[in-house]
Write a new protein. Structure first.
Length: 308
């Protein structure tokens, strides 16, 4: 989005738009945070004149401010962002620290950069968010969640479901395997997954694929940071029937958490805090309807033994 100088006394402040319109999901989270600060002021600073000159209280050079407004900087530095929060009068120190932490992480390099030509924008966003997440709650009605998949299972799922070209199946399998490092890294993500029984019973005619996959679930379930529940076919109507989703939480603030609602052709990022809280409550309903953790592991073990 291109923002040009305006003499309109009601011109919209370009800063929230700058962050919210960036491609990185971390930047969109910053944008949401900035908007929360800005629109909570109610004292006129949100509708100030912007003539291409930085506000005096922001202590930025005219060139830097103009570059930011035109999105010509790859990402604002933590120092610049700290000045921005000072200008807007953000007094919540925890919130400030959280947003600045995201800013510091926004331009960090990761293993996924070598695959940026073979993954789509949603997958790129997901990988970046997973890398920062401290909690991960997911419901999957049809497949074993990607963070639990074996290479063989991932290969057949990717091959059958891939719609658009872009990289080889093997490239995408490697990406999926690399994502799983968040389960065993230092300070691993706390993952709670509910998997529908149908996902565990599919491909029963391929024990060469499903036995190792079910073994993988049982192995991961022994990790202290992983909980797995099974949603039985005979369960009552529950919110998970509307489709798969993943809710990622971050250590800074709950109001920066996000949800990915997945679809065949496209996926939806849910970032509004009220909507995210709705998903959080619905996930609790899903876990209440699913089998308890111990019973779920018994079910997975029985299914594995059945198809051996």
């Amino acid at each position: 989005m291109e923002i040009t100088p305006s003499a309109d006394p009601l011109a919209v402040d370009p800063w929230p738009a700058y962050f919210a319109d960036r491609g990185l999901p971390s930047a969109r989270r910053i944008g949401a945070g900035v908007e929360g600060v800005v629109y909570g002021l109610g004292d006129g600073r949100v509708a100030k004149v912007w003539s291409g000159r930085p506000p005096a209280g922001l202590a930025l050079t005219r060139q830097v401010y103009a570059d930011i407004a035109r999105h010509q900087l790859p990402f604002a530095t933590p120092e610049i962002f700290d000045r921005l929060l000072d200008y807007y009068g953000c007094e919540d120190e925890d919130f400030r620290a959280g947003l600045i932490a995201i800013t510091k992480d926004g331009s960090k390099r990761g293993w996924w950069l070598s695959y940026r030509d073979v993954i789509n924008a949603t997958a790129n966003d997901l990988i970046l968010l997973e890398a920062d997440a401290s909690t991960y709650k997911t419901y999957e009605p049809s497949f074993i969640p990607g963070l639990f998949q074996t290479p063989e299972y991932a290969r057949i799922v990717i091959d059958r479901l891939r719609i658009r070209s872009g990289g080889t199946v093997e490239d995408l399998v490697q990406v999926r395997m690399a994502r799983q490092s968040i389960l065993t890294r230092q300070n691993p993500v706390q993952l709670w997954a509910v998997i529908h029984e149908a996902a565990l019973c599919s491909n029963a005619n391929r024990p060469d694929i499903m036995v190792p996959q079910l073994d993988r679930l049982l192995t991961l379930s022994r990790l202290s940071n992983v909980n797995i529940q099974v949603m039985p076919i005979g369960a009552a109507v529950h919110p998970g029937m509307s489709g798969a989703f993943a809710l990622m939480g971050f250590p800074q603030r709950h109001d920066l958490d996000v949800v990915l609602a997945e679809g065949l052709l496209s996926s939806l990022w849910v970032e509004d805090p009220a909507d995210v809280e709705l998903y959080r409550a619905k996930f609790q309903e899903i876990t209440a309807e699913a089998l308890p953790v111990d019973s779920s592991l018994d079910f997975i073990t029985a299914q594995r033994d059945k198809i051996k």
